[in-house]
Write a new protein. Structure first.
Length: 332
């Protein structure tokens, strides 16, 4: 099977010949381990494509490491143009800030084409910041959570505006030949529970998210969702809304084996290996043991992408990072 075929099989809840791998590094770890990782794992063909500007460094490294997914972050998107001081004030404002578009559809399409021509990977568009995060980036998280509780009409107006902007971009992105899936990111959870009640989430956040997921699914693409924290209460909603993959399923926040037992036939999980305990503080042997145990349980009958529970940071010793990568490459 190709790497893409393994990922597609896992998402279809069929057992591939090998557990697909999608290990992700945070920026600080990429900087800290840049040369050492390339020296250990870098492939000559990927290095050549990187030097030619056809594949950026991170995908060249990830593919060399054995990752089954290549991701793109140069998609055309939008940002707040300027945020007046009153937008960070306690009281809800009576206007929506200006926005600015960024990125090029032509450059994005060229990046997808190069990945499709030179790898057999699954190609994912990673839009980490979506509706909820766009809103609280404008207002500040404390203010926007207060808005959701005390000024729901304003919160809905802001979220509706964000959703319309997102849809405008998504409707063009999903037409790009060669992509396989789109990830939308919102951190709805804390370490202990959701940041808002499930009822508030269903009232204010779910409607816009569902519209975005429908655009992705109608294009024949897979829907990936990132949310940190304990969002166990809304996983049934996400399944009903058409989500295919959930990340990062942190073992300190949720019982990942219970998630597999309860939802494993309907949801694919990406993550699960502890970035709070085992990877930064464990021994190499403990990293290997946890990697094998998590992959064995979560990978039953497909439905799992092997990875750490968050982007790996530079507090993870280089030796532990390599043991994770090497162990992952051996798991069938």
């Amino acid at each position: 099977m190709t790497r893409r075929e393994r990922v597609k099989a896992a998402l279809a809840h069929q057992k591939p010949d090998k557990v697909p791998v999608f290990i992700h590094l945070a920026y600080d770890a990429l900087v800290a381990y840049h040369d050492r990782l390339w020296e250990r794992y870098g492939r000559a063909d990927m290095g050549r494509l990187r030097d030619e500007g056809k594949i950026e460094y991170r995908n060249a490294l990830y593919y060399s490491m054995g990752n089954h997914v290549c991701f793109l972050e140069n998609f055309p998107w939008w940002d707040w143009k300027s945020l007046p001081a009153e937008y960070g004030a306690e009281d809800a404002p009576d206007f929506i800030p200006e926005t600015v578009d960024r990125g090029s559809y032509e450059n994005f399409a060229a990046s997808v084409r190069h990945l499709r021509e030179h790898t057999d990977a699954y190609i994912l568009v990673e839009i980490w910041t979506s509706d909820f995060e766009k809103a609280y980036n404008a207002r500040g998280i404390q203010n926007f959570l207060a808005d959701m509780a005390g000024e729901p009409e304003f919160a809905k107006r802001l979220l509706d505006f964000i959703t319309e902007k997102n849809l405008e971009k998504l409707e063009q992105i999903v037409k790009t030949p060669g992509i396989d899936g789109v990830l939308l990111g919102n951190d709805w959870g804390s370490q202990r529970d959701m940041l808002m009640s499930p009822a508030t989430w269903r009232d204010l956040l779910a409607p816009g998210a569902k519209r975005e997921y429908e655009v992705i699914r109608e294009a024949g693409l897979d829907v990936w969702v990132h949310s940190c924290g304990n969002i166990r209460q809304i996983i049934p909603d996400l399944i009903q809304m058409g989500v295919n993959v959930l990340n990062p399923v942190q073992p300190e926040c949720m019982d990942i084996r219970e998630l597999k037992d309860t939802f494993g036939d309907r949801m694919t999980f990406w993550g699960g290996i502890s970035t709070q305990q085992t990877l930064p503080f464990g021994t190499e042997a403990e990293v290997e043991a946890e990697t094998k145990a998590v992959a064995s349980y979560m990978g039953k009958d497909g439905g799992y992408l092997l990875a750490a529970a968050q982007g790996i940071q530079s507090d993870v010793p280089f030796e532990n990072l390599c043991r994770l990568i090497d162990t992952a490459s051996e798991i069938m």
